[in-house]
Design a protein around this ligand. Structure first.
Ligand code: SAH
Ligand code: SF4
Length: 374
């Protein structure tokens, strides 16, 4: 396990890869077709793809696709991450610990509905075991990077959550890559997983209902921008001056706010598309009047929405969350500054959702590890 240092972030070393057979869940219909040819399977590969995905998501009986198909599928890894623990929260969200086949814990969160106007289920999912980015407020960041999740594990995670808590069709599902890991440090697997999940012949999610959140890996944002099936983008800003941001997010020492803003200005937004700027409030660090002003400056002119998130405190960080009155006044201050700059997006402030389950970014799994004295 290695903790991020600035040079790591700048050189963007790929994270270690998972070992083993190709996962069944990451095969697209074309690949199933070529395997089918090799295995003398003469059924329809497309139908097989559809059945595999649907059976896995909604049927507990395993993949029952007939003998010939089974021979074909034996050439793949069919394990799904398993839900091993569920921690319900007062507001109906459930934090779920999933176990990968090789014994790593990752986490997903099930939110039955996130918004009154769009009562849809949202899953918050992980893209890596650990994270290399080393943000000082984040429990996952303190783990360092263990490895990438494979595309199969990412799809498998969604299928496992659907089994446990899912809506009846993929069309009713939102997905956010805001669990453990930096999805753009694992872009290849994330992109492949998204393509499979959005395939109408399978689960059929919409790319417009998937959000990929990044700490700001600029070259990877540029690659992400070119994806054929491209989800929405969220960027964790968390401080709007370089000194503070570099202190709490080492990634800023490689790509600072000026470079990040330029990248977001030139991003190829689709009609009506906006980038979501996330800002975790750390008391005494980034929640003063000047910070509100600088954040408004950063957001001004971008097709963006802004989301303020009070820190979820945990044992691995000394940062503190502001109290509710402070959050309200920061939010008001920011709102006024945004109006002055004719900002056209929406400003939302997260309530205490998830706080009672230590709800952000790797804290549950970390909490578990601490309990066992690891
Ligand atoms: N690595 C990506 C996605 C996972 S983190 C990223 O950083 O964007 C998802 C979000 O959780 C980020 O916006 C991050 O700033 C936020 N976050 C991390 N630790 C947190 C904590 N302790 N409390 C509240 N939000 C946190
Ligand atoms: Fe990684 Fe995101 Fe946590 Fe930073 S906030 S350490 S990028 S998971």
């Amino acid at each position: 396990m290695t903790l991020a240092i600035v040079d790591d972030v700048r050189s963007l070393k790929p994270a270690p890869e998972p070992a083993g057979l190709p996962s069944l869940w990451a095969l697209n219909p074309g690949e199933i077709e070529s395997m089918a040819k090799e295995a003398d399977f003469n059924g329809s590969a497309v139908q097989l793809f559809a059945r595999i995905q649907r059976i896995a998501a909604w049927n507990d009986d395993g993949v029952d696709v007939g003998k010939r198909a089974r021979l074909l599928l034996d050439r793949t890894d069919r394990s799904l991450p398993r839900v091993v623990e569920e921690v319900p929260s007062d507001d109906g969200a459930t934090r779920m610990v999933l176990l990968t086949a090789d014994g790593h814990k990752i986490e997903g969160v099930h939110m039955p509905r996130t918004h009154v106007k769009t009562p849809r289920t949202t899953f918050c999912i992980s893209s890596q075991v650990g994270c290399a980015m080393g943000c000082t407020f984040c429990a996952t960041g303190t783990m360092g990077i263990v490895r990438n999740l494979s595309a199969g594990e990412i799809v498998g995670q969604v299928l496992a959550l659907m089994r446990a808590k899912g809506p009846s069709t993929g069309h009713e599902l939102n997905l956010v890559f805001m669990g453990m890991g930096e999805p753009l440090h694992n872009l290849e697997h994330v992109a492949r997983a998204v393509e499979i999940l959005c395939d109408e012949r399978g689960i059929g999610l919409s790319e417009k209902r998937i959000t990929v959140s990044t700490s700001g890996l600029v070259p990877q944002i540029e690659r992400f921008a070119q994806l054929a099936v491209r989800p929405l983008l969220a960027v964790s800003i968390n401080a709007a001056d370089d000194a503070t941001r570099s202190r709490i997010m080492p990634v800023n020492r490689a790509w600072n706010l000026g470079v990040l803003k330029k990248t977001l200005e030139h991003y190829p937004y689709r009609r009506g598309e906006k980038v979501l700027l996330a800002y975790v409030l750390l008391h005494g660090e980034n929640d003063g009047d000047d910070d509100a002003r600088r954040l408004a400056d950063f957001a001004a002119g971008l097709p963006a929405n802004l989301n303020l998130i009070p820190l979820n405190e945990h044992g691995r960080t000394s940062h503190k969350a502001p109290d509710d009155a402070w959050i309200a006044s920061f939010s008001k201050r920011l709102y006024d500054e945004l109006v002055l700059r004719e900002f056209r997006g929406v400003l939302t402030t997260r309530n205490n959702r998830g706080r009672d389950v230590q709800g952000a970014c790797g804290q549950l799994v970390q909490g578990e590890a601490q309990k066992r004295g690891r």
